[in-house]
Design a protein around this ligand. Structure first.
Ligand code: PGA
Ligand code: ZN
Length: 422
């Protein structure tokens, strides 16, 4: 049984140069492993609390010394020398130590760093790959690799607000392997970079997750260029390469209206607009098509997209089992975006994943806009049977660390990629 000998944390920097938490966990067996946690920018209001120092003189208040101190102090003191038979036992102890609903006392960043470092050390102690350990944690057989969904164009909070919606993603729909999928993505990404730099006369700037961010006049222009890039790369839109959206609409929802391209749409108008996009473009998944608090309109959104595109909840669900249960009961979505740091422990995220699966939903395992070079996300997506994985573009090493890990897992585990969108 894994017994914790030592826990230690330090502050490191994420892909935006902002502090985050890295933790090292050593077990009595001598197994030792480290893990670091990501951080979002386009966050949901119901997310677990990421503890920041608040000292404006250091990293604009974003320092993580308090969170690090909580690992090195009270968490290490409470856990050192203790044995935990399962991940759930460790996480339950962490949740009790914190004692708040949003992990605001110790910080979800502190708690999650410990949770993942322990999982990785436990996998090492068992002598199994991390993805296998994650699969065993959920009691699932290893069956598939996730389908890639990769940022092509960005707007919203991840770019300069060129367009309101946050991500136009491409999906290598006909690729049989991760390897083939990445080659497909490369072809379309660089076709899009060539096309938009000619069209707009500027070398496209890259957003937080590596998406291209040319000055599109409107959202539809971004979709048109995505389709043109897919064709220019020699693929058939919809059949070979499809489109997915992260509308992230909570971030342009003000005073009961969706402020999109000069219009102020009500919820019915927004559902109609999203429906018109799905009709006109090969869109197979729509994330946060409505705001996180627009509960009563999510069921009609899902009904209008059913059979054409997934209704995927990110800010809407926040990987939160209570919100997911409510959404399942209301038939408000049919896919979960799973971000472990929205809830703060692996065990709670596993519960979210299980609930979604039991309802017949799809699951997209997702990175954050602030990532580190850690690659546990790839193992998690494979081990938990994620249907999709959303990591960002193929332009920055914190993203490539996960893509490269997927390639390594594919080479080792020889699993097929999920058949989606079909
Ligand atoms: P975030 O964005 O990591 O900045 O929250 C990712 C997303 O909205 O999917
Ligand atoms: Zn999102």
């Amino acid at each position: 049984m894994p017994t914790i000998r030592r826990l230690s944390a330090m502050e490191i920097l994420d892909s935006r140069g902002r502090p985050t938490v890295a933790c090292e966990c050593e077990l009595a067996s001598g197994a030792v492993a480290a893990a670091s946690v990501p951080s979002g920018a386009s966050t949901g209001a119901a997310e677990a609390l990421e503890l920041r120092d608040g000292d404006p003189k250091r990293y604009r208040g974003l320092g993580c010394r308090k969170a690090v101190g909580h690992v090195n102090g009270p968490i290490a003191a409470a856990l050192a020398g203790k044995a935990f038979e399962t991940q759930a036992a460790l996480d339950e102890r962490l949740i009790a130590l914190d004692g708040t609903p949003t992990k605001s006392r110790l910080g979800a960043n502190a708690v999650l760093a410990v949770s993942i470092a322990f999982a990785r050390a436990s996998a090492a102690e068992r002598g199994v790959p991390l993805y296998q350990h994650f699969a065993d944690m959920l009691g699932l057989p290893l069956a598939t690799l996730p389908r890639l969904t990769v940022n092509l164009f960005s707007g919203g909070k991840h770019a300069g607000g060129q367009v309101e919606i946050q991500d136009v993603l491409i999906v290598p729909a006909s690729a049989k392997t991760i390897d083939e999928g990445l080659a497909t993505i490369f072809a379309v990404y660089y076709a899009a970079a060539d096309l938009t730099s000619k069209k707009y006369g500027v070398r496209s700037l890259k957003a937080d997750e590596g998406g291209l961010a040319p000055p599109f006049p409107n959202v539809e222009a971004a979709f048109d260029d995505a389709v043109a890039a897919i064709k220019a790369a020699g693929f058939e839109p919809g059949r070979d390469v499809a489109i997915a959206l992260d509308v992230a609409s909570s971030h342009f929802f003000r005073d009961g209206r969706y402020h999109l391209g000069g219009a102020a749409l009500d919820s019915a108008g927004m559902i109609e607009r999203v429906g018109s996009w799905v009709k006109r473009y090969p869109i197979v998944s729509v994330e946060d098509g409505l705001s996180e608090d627009d509960w009563s309109n999510w069921p009609p959104l899902r009904r209008s997209l059913a059979g054409k595109a997934l209704t995927l909840g990110d800010d809407f669900l926040c990987t939160n089992p209570a919100r997911i249960t409510r959404a399942i009961d209301a038939k408000a979505a049919d896919a979960l975006l799973l971000k472990v740091n929205q809830i703060g422990t692996l065990t709670e995220a596993a519960k979210a994943c299980r609930l979604a699966r039991a309802a017949g939903w799809r699951v997209t395992v997702s990175a954050r806009s602030g990532e580190t070079e850690d690659n546990w996300l790839a193992d998690l997506a494979v081990g938990w049977g994620g249907d999709q994985i959303k990591i960002g573009s193929i332009a920055q090493s914190e993203r490539l660390a996960k893509y490269n890990r997927l390639l390594a897992i594919e080479a080792q585990a020889k699993l097929p990629v999920v058949a989606w969108p079909g």
